[in-house]
Ligand binder design. Structure first.
Ligand code: HEC
Ligand code: HEC
Ligand code: HEC
Ligand code: HEC
Length: 128
């Protein structure tokens, strides 16, 4: 193999590997804080400290359809799109998928006397 070709090939391999890493990092890096406010016409939005949660709770606990962290995506990719998948902005508070995820975990931990997040309406629904 001539030297010029070898150098070109190495550069190509490095470029591909780098692009691969970047895509991976982007897809697997969860946002730090998210304001969930699709239903703000009914109730003020919720400021969700995503990073704090994803550091201690496994991704699949909330992203229940993801088999790997890279597969985690917005809940709204499915919820609200199909008639048989609960729509967070059109549900009773008891069946709201966010209440079932967020509120139920916080309340359970509270009952067990563990450190937990808010369980009162206005402590979650506090975004402008
Ligand atoms: C642990 C956090 C949390 C607590 C506590 C909480 N909520 Fe929510 N709630 C959410 C999230 C997240 C959403 C989705 C917000 C959106 O899509 O805009 C939501 C959505 C809603 C909605 C709009 C959708 C629907 O179901 O109609 C209403 C109304 C609502 N909550 C009422 C309440 C009431 C009343 C309480 C107290 C009894 C309460 N929430 C407590 C997190 C919480
Ligand atoms: C306590 C629940 C919870 C945990 C744990 C969690 N997430 Fe999330 N994640 C959410 C919620 C809620 C949203 C935003 C809701 C929405 O906009 O659909 C979100 C949004 C995301 C998004 C952005 C989707 C978009 O397109 O806006 C990515 C990416 C993501 N999470 C990845 C992860 C990864 C990777 C982990 C594990 C390291 C993780 N999440 C852990 C609840 C969680
Ligand atoms: C790939 C599609 C998809 C994504 C993304 C998704 N869900 Fe779901 N979810 C479903 C389907 C389908 C159901 C109904 C069947 C079932 O229970 O598995 C469901 C059901 C639920 C339920 C149970 C509702 C009930 O009435 O018992 C909760 C809670 C829930 N999802 C929360 C979430 C949260 C929170 C997120 C984002 C962090 C999310 N889902 C992302 C497809 C999805
Ligand atoms: C599986 C359990 C679990 C789920 C699911 C969960 N949380 Fe939490 N949450 C916690 C724990 C544990 C803490 C931290 C308690 C501590 O150490 O301060 C917390 C803390 C919080 C805090 C307070 C953070 C602070 O710095 O004061 C908010 C706000 C919060 N959660 C909102 C949410 C919302 C909104 C959702 C749903 C999208 C959610 N949580 C889902 C367990 C959970």
């Amino acid at each position: 193999m001539n030297r010029k070709l070898a150098v070109t090939l190495i550069a190509l391999v490095v470029a591909v590997a780098f692009a691969g890493t970047m895509t991976f990092t982007f897809a697997g890096t969860p946002p730090e804080t998210i304001v969930i406010d699709k239903a703000k016409n009914k109730k003020p939005g919720v400021t969700f400290p995503h990073k704090e949660h994803s550091e201690r709770i496994s991704c699949e606990t909330c992203h229940h359809t993801a088999k790997t962290p890279e597969e985690a995506e917005s809940c709204f990719a499915c919820h609200g799109k199909e008639p048989d998948i609960p729509d967070p902005s059109a549900m009773s508070a008891k069946k709201n998928p966010f209440h079932l995820t967020c509120k139920v975990c916080h309340s359970d931990l509270k009952k067990q006397g563990e450190a937990t997040g808010p369980t009162k309406c206005k402590d979650c629904h506090n975004a402008e």
